[in-house]
Design a protein around this ligand. Structure first.
Ligand SMILES: [Zn+2]
Length: 377
């Protein structure tokens, strides 16, 4: 059994359902301490975060990851205990195996392998872990970034270990992510008897034209790296349940996943101008879930791409799709951010699994990235 698989198994055995870290970060910290890292445990609210660094000066390369996992759901739906890593053919099965304890283990073992060769370093290594990536992400990486800013610490290159791969490790990397903005809208009407519509104001009727316009809203991506941004409605509720009552209100939820070409101000303006055009009485509550980012500098992308080529022989496709990640908190500080992890076919599902060779190759790829960015020889 390889070091990376051993450590992945050890981490899977900790029931670290968000926001509980269940001791995962201590396991990682002890390993890093043994090879000379300085360790800072940063607990905010009920969230554990770890900031570990090696080296004295120069640009800092940071591995970013999370130790928390999503709940397993009904245990009886699993073929084996989700918190006991189980070998099944060429896969390791367990909650968090792919998202993302396998990558966290590969962070540690790749650093160990790299430093064992006693390289002359031209920079520093950082490891940043949180136990609140799968949850609200309020007391996780965003708080650590505030803490680092106060210390005048600036991450230069950030490698996020989220599972980005498709058919084999390194076939897909992410060099950006879309932003996410949501709104809850309450359209206010006047409740009344269905037989006396002149004495009521039906919000379903008054909202029908604005609904049609909202559902056609889209914003062009100008970076050529993202899909165009479109508005999607996830919930639409009105009515009392009775067939003879005109409802007094209508509530809907909408979301836009947007490229860096489209600002949240533009989205707000376009949505609200439709609502205002129809003279609706409404309340609206906006929530910005994450800002978009796109890494355009070539340095980190080249190091990651070349390392993948060295280890597996193929070049990755650079994408920006999928949900948000904690990279959204690091990128605004000026860091170059790239995401590379194992296959993602089973993440958040029952019988989550990771291909064992994915982790072994990931270990080698991460080590090659460290060496190409930090090694002075
Ligand atoms: Zn994840």
């Amino acid at each position: 059994m390889s070091k990376v698989l051993d450590l992945t198994k050890e981490l899977i055995s900790r029931k670290s359902v968000t926001p509980d870290d269940a001791g995962c970060q201590t396991i990682v910290a002890e390993r890093l301490k043994n090879i000379g890292f300085s360790i800072e445990y940063l607990r905010f609210g009920d969230v554990d975060n770890l900031w570990a660094t090696f080296g004295d000066s120069g640009p800092i390369f940071t591995f970013l990851g999370h130790t928390d996992v999503v709940p397993p759901g009904p245990i009886e739906d699993w073929e084996s205990d989700p918190f006991i890593a189980t070998d099944k053919d060429s896969f390791l099965v367990g909650r968090g195996s792919a998202d993302m304890k396998g990558s966290v283990a590969a962070f540690v073992t790749s650093i160990e392998d790299f430093l064992e060769e006693k390289p002359t370093l031209s920079g520093r290594i950082g490891v940043l872990l949180t136990s609140d990536e799968e949850g609200p992400a309020v007391d996780g990486v965003s708080k650590v970034v505030e803490y680092l800013e106060k210390k005048d610490e600036k991450i230069t290159w950030c490698l996020v270990g989220e599972p980005t791969s498709d058919n084999r490790v390194g076939d897909v990397i992410k060099i950006g992510r879309r932003g996410s903005i949501s709104a809850k809208i309450k359209v206010i009407g006047t409740q009344g008897h269905i037989a006396y519509p002149d004495k009521a104001n039906n919000p379903i009727h008054s909202f029908s034209s604005p609904l049609a316009e909202l559902s056609k809203l889209s914003w062009k991506d100008e970076t050529d790296r993202f899909q165009d941004s479109v508005l999607q409605i996830s919930n639409l509720n009105s009515g009392t349940g009775a067939s003879n009552v005109i409802p007094g209100s209508l509530v809907l939820d909408l979301n836009v996943r947007h490229s860096p070409s489209t600002s949240v101000e533009q989205i707000k303006l376009d949505v609200e101008s439709i609502l205002n055009k129809y003279n609706l009485e409404y309340e609206i509550h906006w929530v910005v879930g994450g800002k978009p980012f796109l890494t355009t500098e070539k340095e980190l992308i080249a190091a990651v791409t070349n390392s993948i080529k060295d280890v597996v022989g193929t070049e990755p496709v650079c994408t920006t799709d999928g949900g948000t990640s904690d990279g959204r908190f690091i990128a605004p500080t000026g860091a170059q951010v790239v995401e590379l992890g194992p296959g993602n076919a089973s993440i958040h599902k029952v019988n989550e699994s990771v291909r064992k060779t994915d982790l072994e190759e990931l270990n080698k790829i991460y080590k090659t990235i460290l060496s190409s960015l930090l090694s002075n020889i």
